[in-house]
Design a protein around this ligand. Structure first.
Ligand code: HEC
Ligand code: HEC
Length: 307
């Protein structure tokens, strides 16, 4: 066999195996629809882990909260009662209205919700349905509460903020579930589509909701926020940069932070960073794997320690 022919045969063989591999990959990552029980389980985890951070009341329900930590110049911000009360909660919302709110941020009254309320253009259809399943379930957290904290009252800065973030669009086609065994893919999904870490951690109000990684300084930290006592707190650099990010964090360090809210420097993390006790080991490992794979950005964030 001439050397030239030999090379083209080898080339063809490589191409064929690449094709076969990608076919296989496609097949395994084309994840199945979740059954009703798995859907509810995911919905519960998301609602109690994420939504409760704002809507949770002291009785362990989702009866709403006056978000007193918001700077006064934004206005009076209420995360409303989202229990099943028809009168004071979201008992009147249909499934379709909840779907629209979760995808686009548009409320049942047709108005855009104040943008502190997140929307989820990249979440899988099953997870959106799971959230709705849970909101309409008989679980204690959503059983009707008649607490009514009144309406939001926006001041000038709040109104400008509200205007600066536009509503989302309903996805054109079904969004499949990520493959939970593929830590990279699943981690990206949890980070960008569900928990939306980039929203606080990119240090800018101009985030790209449809394509989070296109957000400038993606995950490099520096947004100035306020904790429960109105003390300032800066979102941290969570890119894998060794000196200024979390490049030196082990999976154990990261797990302690996500599950118990304890940072590598030993301090308890302050609000609005939440701890996620309901996340599984696989959830945390996947988020970690993904975060460690994004471009490191050198950006030193100030540390403010309240006295
Ligand atoms: C960062 C805080 C925050 C988080 C997290 C959050 N919300 Fe909200 N939510 C708000 C605020 C503030 C409003 C009020 C918006 C308005 O009325 O303009 C709101 C409004 C709503 C409403 C509309 C209520 C009504 O009376 O029309 C629903 C339903 C809702 N949220 C559900 C959820 C669900 C489900 C999640 C989790 C997937 C969630 N929220 C996460 C802050 C939050
Ligand atoms: C609502 C805003 C917000 C969201 C959403 C958010 N964070 Fe944070 N995060 C913060 C703030 C603010 C701090 C700093 C807390 C402090 O200094 O006590 C922080 C701290 C951290 C730290 C500690 C870093 C260090 O240097 O000690 C890690 C790690 C972290 N966040 C990861 C995440 C991940 C992963 C997600 C998504 C699953 C996420 N955060 C979502 C606001 C947020």
């Amino acid at each position: 066999m001439k050397i030239k022919n030999f090379i083209s045969v080898v080339f063809l063989l490589i191409m064929a195996s690449v094709l076969l591999l990608s076919f296989n990959y496609r097949k395994t990552s084309n994840s199945n629809n979740l059954n009703a029980e798995q859907r509810m389980k995911n919905g519960r985890k998301i609602v109690l882990g994420l939504c409760a951070g704002c809507h949770g009341s002291e009785d362990g329900k989702l009866a709403g909260k006056h978000m007193k930590e918001m700077p006064g110049m934004v206005g009076k911000i209420i995360a409303p009662n989202i229990t099943n009360s028809v009168e004071n909660g979201i008992g009147k919302y249909t499934r379709e209205q909840l779907r629209i709110l979760l995808r686009t941020g548009i409320k049942s009254d047709g108005k855009r919700s104040f943008p502190l309320m997140p929307y989820f253009p990249l979440m899988s259809d099953d997870d959106v349905e799971g959230i709705i399943d849970f909101l309409q379930s008989a679980d204690y957290a959503v059983q009707a509460s008649e607490q009514n904290l009144g309406k939001l009252k926006l001041k000038f800065v709040g109104r400008m903020w509200a205007k600066s973030v536009k509503a989302g669009k309903i996805p054109q086609s079904r969004i499949e579930n990520p493959d939970t065994n593929n830590t990279m893919e699943y981690g990206k999904y949890l980070t960008d589509a569900v928990y939306r870490c980039f929203e606080c951690h990119s240090g800018t109000m101009k985030v790209n909701f449809e394509n989070p990684r296109k957000t400038k300084k993606y995950n490099a930290g520096g947004a100035k926020m306020a904790d429960m006592d109105k003390k300032k707190v800066y979102s941290r650099n969570i890119t894998p940069h060794k000196e200024t990010g979390i490049g030196n964090w082990t999976l154990e360090d990261f797990t302690k932070m996500m599950r118990n809210g304890v940072r590598k420097n030993g301090r308890n993390s302050r609000f609005p960073m939440l701890a996620f006790p309901l996340m599984s080991d696989n959830d945390i490992k996947s988020i970690y794997t993904y975060l460690m794979s994004v471009p490191p950005i050198k950006h030193k964030v100030k540390e403010y320690v309240p006295k």
